[in-house]
Design a protein around this ligand. Structure first.
Ligand SMILES: C[S@@+](CC[C@H](N)C(=O)[O-])C[C@H]1O[C@@H](n2cnc3c(N)ncnc32)[C@H](O)[C@@H]1O
Length: 451
């Protein structure tokens, strides 16, 4: 899959629009991000049926979603053609996301300008007691400009063709204000780079990804099976590090996302970044509270910590865009479904559990780790089934899964600023579930299948 492009074919009216359910492969020749002449993004575009949901449950922003807040819902079904209205909705949403990326600097500068105005309104003696504050604001402006350049690069490397919308340019071009909701998404996107692709994110990855990788290696060990034949699906993959880790270990690994913010950013990191530490971003500059020092607020984070092209030859790795409930057929083809900080994105967890059941082959495994921060809870005009973990377990067992392993109270942080005076910690649950292979139980005394 490294070189062939595997697409699920969605009939379309307009060839310029990206398709749902398409798989984008990674690890193909990497573009030189500095040089458009060498720019080559894998062109089997995937796009987000983005819905977004998640929200900042608490006033402090620790929402663990790539998308937080209100949502943009898509009702496309796996392979059904888009209606014109849906295409229009897709296009408008894409344009909103591009506008949000472009508006980052203007938005941040407005905030800095408010600080400057406030500072300048101080009495002279007060200002003299804090002479370095203007320098602090100047430095923030510089970091903001660098972040904007980075976001512009993501837009320039978008896999969508230009007829879908002009994605070039940066600050200044986007003059229409963009809602705080969408600007929060841009900030979250920057922080997701830290979680998935920086050294600073290593602790979070050790907490959340490593147990899942270990579980996969335990149930599909290299010495007992041909791991390239083991198909792993990771819905809600964010910036793709977890499915990438599976691909790196030789498994066939597919990530899935529906947030366009995440899809644009994952395309950039997975398809267009080769050099370790090739970029520096300043993900915490937008958070003026709880910083010990200017230096802490303006810590630069280098990405990526590892070359995303560092995959074994012949690897099978891809990202599929769209709502995982809609873009994957219930045809029992997956050996393993891995969910990380994901099941609470459901409006109805029962639907997720049921869908995972039908995606898995008989004998397949579902590994999960995460909290239950229901993303749709408390969102006006939304309803969401808010089950306790005990309820979720009952559902899992009544669906037919056998819970082989379970752990609670696993400390995990999520897109956490490690330097902040305010830090949140989840106490997550993890489990490994098995979908019994009922056929396998009909064997004769010699182990021959009777079915
Ligand atoms: C909390 S984030 C977790 C991301 C990643 N697994 C991690 O641990 O960093 C949940 C992700 O799931 C995505 N998502 C939510 N519902 C989805 C759905 N129905 N289909 C595909 N992706 C979805 C969101 O866009 C978001 O990026």
């Amino acid at each position: 899959m490294a070189d062939d492009k595997v697409l699920t074919d969605v009939p379309r009216k307009s060839p310029s629009l990206p398709k749902l359910g398409e798989q984008q492969t990674y690890g193909s020749p990497v573009a030189d991000p500095e040089n458009d002449a060498h720019h080559q993004v894998t062109d089997n575009v995937s796009n987000g049926a983005e819905s977004s949901h998640s929200h900042d449950h608490q006033a402090h922003s620790h929402s663990h979603d790539g998308e937080a807040g209100s949502h943009h819902t898509h009702s496309h079904h796996g392979r059904a053609p888009f209606t014109e209205d849906e295409e229009l909705e897709e296009r408008q949403h894409f344009e909103t996301v591009v506008a949000a990326f472009r508006y980052y600097r203007t938005h941040a500068m407005k905030k800095i300008a408010r600080q400057r105005n406030h500072y300048q309104s101080l009495t002279k003696p007060q200002g003299e007691r804090l002479p370095q504050f203007m320098d602090h604001l100047d430095a923030l402006r510089q970091c903001t400009a660098i972040n904007q350049q980075f976001l512009d690069k993501i837009l320039l490397q978008t896999p969508f063709d230009n007829t879908f919308g002009d994605t070039g340019g940066g600050d200044g071009i986007q003059s229409q204000p963009v809602s705080t909701f969408h600007m929060d998404k841009v900030h979250t996107t920057l922080r997701m780079f830290v979680r998935d692709w920086s050294r600073e994110g290593q602790t979070e990855r050790q907490q959340a990804y490593e147990p899942l990788v270990a579980a996969v290696e335990k149930y599909f060990p290299k010495d007992k099976c041909d791991v390239s034949q083991i198909q792993i699906l990771n819905p809600g993959a964010g910036l793709g590090r977890l499915p990438w880790e599976f691909a790196r270990r030789g498994y066939t690994s597919i990530g899935n996302e529906f947030s366009l913010y995440m899809l644009l950013a994952s395309n950039f990191i997975l398809n267009c970044c080769q050099e370790v530490d090739g970029y520096k971003i300043y993900p915490w500059i937008g958070h003026a509270s709880n910083n010990l020092s200017s230096a802490n607020q303006m810590i630069g984070i280098s990405i990526p910590d590892i070359s995303p092209t560092d995959l074994p030859p012949g690897h099978n790795f891809g990202m599929v865009a769209g709502d995982f409930l809609e873009v994957f057929d219930r045809n029992e083809t997956w050996d393993c479904v891995v969910t990380c900080f994901f099941i609470d994105t459901a409006r109805n967890v029962l639907e997720y559990v049921e869908h995972i059941w039908h995606l898995l082959k008989p004998g397949g495994y579902w590994m999960n780790l995460g909290p239950l921060l229901y993303h749709f809870a408390d969102i006006p005009h939304e309803s969401c089934l808010e089950l306790t973990y005990e309820h979720v377990k009952t559902v899992i067992k009544n669906t037919g899964f056998q819970m082989l392993e379970e752990k609670t109270d696993i400390p995990c942080s999520y897109v956490q600023n490690p330097y902040s005076m305010l830090r949140y910690e989840y106490r997550c649950v993890s489990f490994v579930c098995h979908k019994p292979d009922l056929k396998a139980s009909f064997v004769d005394a010699s182990g021959n299948s009777l079915s």
